[in-house]
Design a protein around this ligand. Structure first.
Ligand SMILES: Nc1ncnc2c1ncn2[C@@H]1O[C@H](COP(=O)(O)OP(=O)(O)O)[C@@H](O)[C@H]1O
Ligand SMILES: O=C(CO)[C@H](O)[C@H](O)COP(=O)(O)O
Length: 416
């Protein structure tokens, strides 16, 4: 038997197949065809990833789950066909929805609800009349496999306004004009339906392979790490910087961009910053990141104080859609500049965890790292020196591994 996890991140997608106990059978990745997100590009990427998994493993698949970037949404017609281009997780065109309570994760300019309400007020009537399903990136891609549109999980639905404590949509949301668009919400890792026969046949996947609900990419990264005890945290060093700390109590603080995801009967408290790898990739290639990092002395301070952003706007630990980037003075020496960027991102990470602890999350006992930046040991040392938190060795640093564990029932709301 084998289980497949598929991660749709910012810069590309990854798939990892595992044995029932979690050992890796196959890994593959596929960059998006363009930097401008499109549902068609995502669909092509899904088929390309399935094609890259060896047939001998595809023939053993018992379950598949997909994670995606959080609050990346699509509006589809009754045939589940997108009627608009997707709006990505960091798109703030809609502004914070005042209809959402201030302490709701939906009360953010980048929330799924903000995007839904923007569509509702900006789409031409003929388009609006076609609108039927509001779904997230992971929801829509999963529905291509199982054929039942309009189903989400309570991690992806959080920024829509779904209440993960009551496990229901709040009345203020159910009363909105967009309420008919809202997806049905179930727990991550829940069986939805078998894979569609035509897709099973095309990829030689068993007809009884079950498609399960997924989660968001940063929660998948948490699940990949092996962290499971209260006080354990995972920082995702992907295109963005995302913090997740396992807490026995939920914590929500809109002005800091802090919100809580349900994980079974515990809470993943944290937030997502717009700083991170996308800023590094703007200035340096992957090879340069590797080679220049080796020339940094992590024991020495950079003496540079940046807030690295590519465009104005930050979500966490400062929730300010107008926050300006700060990356000057820029040294002539690239090693010094990279040192300043890595160190400044570590200070933002430290600010994030401090805000969580100040709000009652409890101390961070162990920190795991996920994402493309996890390979950078110099950055790990810089981060350890600034954070002062014991660093753990993650089971796997790819979110797709966490989603494969979800598909296998090794983690999630009802672990086997
Ligand atoms: N050696 C490195 N040091 C620091 N960051 C790196 C390194 N190699 C890659 N990255 C960063 O990893 C990011 C991609 O990580 P990934 O987890 O794939 O992101 P996402 O899924 O968010 O697109 C890139 O934005 C890149 O800047
Ligand atoms: O920034 C992102 C892009 O990778 C994350 O998808 C997202 O913002 C993290 O949100 P969540 O905490 O809901 O997983």
């Amino acid at each position: 038997m084998a289980y497949l996890g598929i991660d749709f991140g910012t810069s590309g997608a990854r798939a990892i197949a595992i044995e029932p106990q979690g050992s890796v059978l196959a890994e593959c990745r596929c960059a998006y065809a363009s930097n401008n997100a499109s549902a068609q590009d995502w669909e092509h990427t899904l088929w390309a990833l399935l094609d890259q998994i060896p047939q001998t493993i595809r023939q053993r698949l018992q379950a598949i789950a997909i994670d995606g970037t959080s609050a990346t949404v699509l509006l589809c017609d009754r045939n589940n066909a997108p009627i608009t281009e997707p709006l990505l997780y960091n798109d703030s065109r809609g502004g914070a929805p005042t209809v959402a309570p201030v302490d709701s994760p939906a009360h953010s300019a980048t929330s799924s609800l903000a995007k839904a309400l923007w569509w509702h007020t900006h789409l031409p009537d003929h388009r609006l009349h076609q609108a039927h399903y509001l779904v997230h990136q992971a929801d829509w891609l999963s529905s291509l496999l199982h054929g039942k549109p309009g189903i989400s999980d309570y991690n992806n639905a959080l920024k829509l306004g779904y209440d993960p404590q009551a496990l229901a949509y709040p009345q203020w949301l159910a009363a909105l004009d967009i309420a008919p668009w809202l997806p049905a919400v179930i727990a991550p890792g829940t069986e939805i339906a078998p894979i569609q026969p035509a897709i099973a046949q095309k990829f030689a996947i068993p007809n009884q392979c079950i498609i399960k609900t997924g989660t968001t990419d940063s929660i998948a990264a948490f699940l990949a790490s092996g962290a499971s005890a209260t006080g354990e945290a995972v920082t995702s060093l992907g295109s963005t910087l995302v913090l997740k700390l396992l807490s026995s109590v939920p914590i929500n603080d809109a002005k800091s961009g802090i919100y809580s995801h349900r994980l079974g009967n515990q809470w993943l408290v944290g937030g997502a910053s717009n700083t991170g790898g996308a800023v590094l990739s703007y200035f340096f290639s992957s090879d340069e990141l590797h080679s220049l990092s080796q020339r940094i002395d992590p024991a020495q301070p950079s003496h540079l104080d940046y807030y690295p952003l590519l465009t104005p706007g930050e979500r966490f630990p400062i929730n300010d859609a107008e926050l300006s980037p700060r990356m000057t003075p820029r040294p002539e020496n690239s090693v010094e500049f990279l040192h300043g960027l890595l160190e400044s991102m570590a200070h933002i990470e430290a600010m994030g965890y401090q805000k969580l602890m100040d709000l009652g999350s409890g101390a961070v006992h162990r920190l795991y790292t996920a994402g493309g930046g996890a390979q950078n040991q110099v950055w790990q040392t810089i981060r350890h020196n600034i954070l002062g938190i014991p660093m753990g060795a993650a089971l796997h640093t790819e979110a797709a591994y966490g989603t494969a564990r979800l598909a296998a029932g090794l983690v999630g709301s009802n672990p086997q």
